[in-house]
Design a protein around this ligand. Structure first.
Ligand code: UD1
Length: 421
């Protein structure tokens, strides 16, 4: 199992290219299922979850050809309408194949994802929405089995804002008979990116980016091409890295428009940010100031940035209150940060972080994707060596993070552990 060894205490300097957005790429790859032809994608990030999605699609009969950040998919010959447990358990976003399979083929069998480290994360809203579109759904042997000759447009009001729920229903509705309205829809930029990709394939969608999305079903989608948006969470992660470790980073190929809440909070820490249409220059001199955070659906502060901003707060001047409102168990990184010398106490969904002048390196264990990123940032600041274990979590969602950091002056290396047979 790979680990990251970080020798902390070095400020960052240089340029970091931002990759395509994981959370846009995954639904867009799944959207290929809707097309009886080809989908050519660009700016697809090179990370584990993309590999898992391609394997999932290949098992169904979708042909894929990957060349760097370009991925060409051909879903004209789908033979298996199933997503099996062994892949779904490693990536919850696999549920995104449910809507497209059902819409195009009238049938789908997708394993229930089960629990995960950051909370229960049920998929009841996906199911409720598909039922509203006329699907018959049963749970059989741990699988969601959905059937419908042809989905019918309907008005769906989700109980809470759900990102992949909105995406699944939006994809399903593209091929439904008539008009579908999704109320209380997620407004995340990745939902907008998926809507743009579907539109490039012939779907009729308006209102993406608002809480009311209207989809006019069409008979079939057609072949097309699309470029995935830049990753706003990766961008925010590198901004937190420079806010905590100090120095100056230029991030290129990013989308500054999608980052409002993160940029506002990071400016409060004292990070000086200049920006153009597709670049950011961030400079930090001295110690950051602490900032209070309350996670919320977009355009609020992203839960996917919570662990990283916590790492900044660990070394900031002052005390920060961080409230997590999206997932009930997303403070697993706290105990690991405490092992690095951070002063954090938790009460329910609130963490109080008293900034310390420094941290000290230790062995820590990553528990989930964004927690890993928070631990890497803490490790960049900590004095001495920090070994971050279980970085397969990090590899799921970041495109060569340690190489990008090393190129910007961090002392960080991947340590490969050989397991004896
Ligand atoms: C997506 C993102 C993830 C991010 C999260 C919140 C992808 C691939 N993943 O995850 O990185 O952290 O949005 O911004 O885009 N819920 C239910 N029932 C449902 C669906 C959701 O109760 O059917 C609850 C969840 O448990 C959670 C909240 O709704 O408490 C929001 O979850 P959701 O937006 O669905 O997260 P994901 O789409 O899984």
């Amino acid at each position: 199992m790979d680990k990251l060894l970080i020798h902390g205490g070095h400020s960052l300097k240089g340029e970091v290219p931002i990759s395509g957005a994981k959370n846009a790429a995954l639904p867009i790859l799944c959207a290929a299922i809707l097309v009886p032809g080809t989908l050519e994608l660009d700016n697809v990030p090179n990370l584990q979850d993309v590999g898992t999605t391609l394997r999932l699609l290949e098992r169904m009969g979708v042909k894929s050809d990957r060349d760097g950040s370009k991925v060409a998919l051909d879903a004209s010959q789908i033979t298996h309408l199933e997503a099996a447990y062994d892949l779904v358990k490693t990536m919850r976003a696999s549920i995104l194949v449910l809507g497209p399979l059902l819409a195009r083929f009238g049938e789908a069998r997708v394993s229930l994802p089960g629990g995960c480290a950051i909370g229960q994360r049920p998929v009841d809203q996906h199911i409720k929405g598909l039922q509203a579109l006329g699907a018959r759904i049963e749970i059989e042997h741990g699988y969601v089995v959905a059937r419908a000759k042809r989905l019918r447009g309907a008005r769906i009001v989700t109980d809470m804002v759900t990102v992949t729920g909105t995406e699944n229903l939006m994809m399903a509705a593209t091929l439904a008979d008539g008009e579908t309205i999704i109320e209380n829809a997620a407004r995340e930029p990745e939902v907008v990116d998926l809507a743009a990709a579907l539109t490039a394939l012939g779907a009729r969608i308006r209102g993406a980016g608002t809480d009311r999305i209207v989809i006019e079903g069409v008979q079939a989608l057609h072949s097309g091409a699309y470029r995935v948006m830049p990753d706003r969470i990766e961008t925010g992660t590198f901004l937190c890295a420079v806010a905590a470790a100090g120095g100056s980073l230029r991030l290129t190929g990013c989308d500054t428009a999608a980052l409002d809440a993160t940029l506002d909070k990071l400016r409060e820490t004292g990070l000086v940010i200049e920006s153009g249409t597709d670049w950011l220059q961030a400079t930090m001199s001295g110690r950051p100031r602490s900032v209070d955070i309350r996670t919320a659906p977009y355009p609020g502060f992203a839960t996917d940035m919570q662990a990283q901003i916590m790492a900044v707060n660990c070394v900031a001047q002052g005390t920060a209150v961080i409230t997590e409102t999206i997932f009930e168990n997303r403070f697993m990184h706290v105990q690991e940060m405490v092992r690095l010398g951070a002063d954090i106490s938790i009460q329910g969904n609130t963490a109080v972080v008293r900034g310390a002048p420094g941290l000290s390196g230790a062995i820590v264990m990553a528990t989930d994707l964004r927690a890993s990123a928070g631990l890497v940032i803490a490790g960049l600041v900590a004095e001495g060596d920090t070994l971050v274990d279980r970085i397969y979590h990090l590899d799921r969602g970041y495109d060569r993070m340690e190489r990008k950091l090393a190129a910007a002056g961090a002392q960080i290396e991947r340590v490969r552990t050989v397991v004896d047979a």
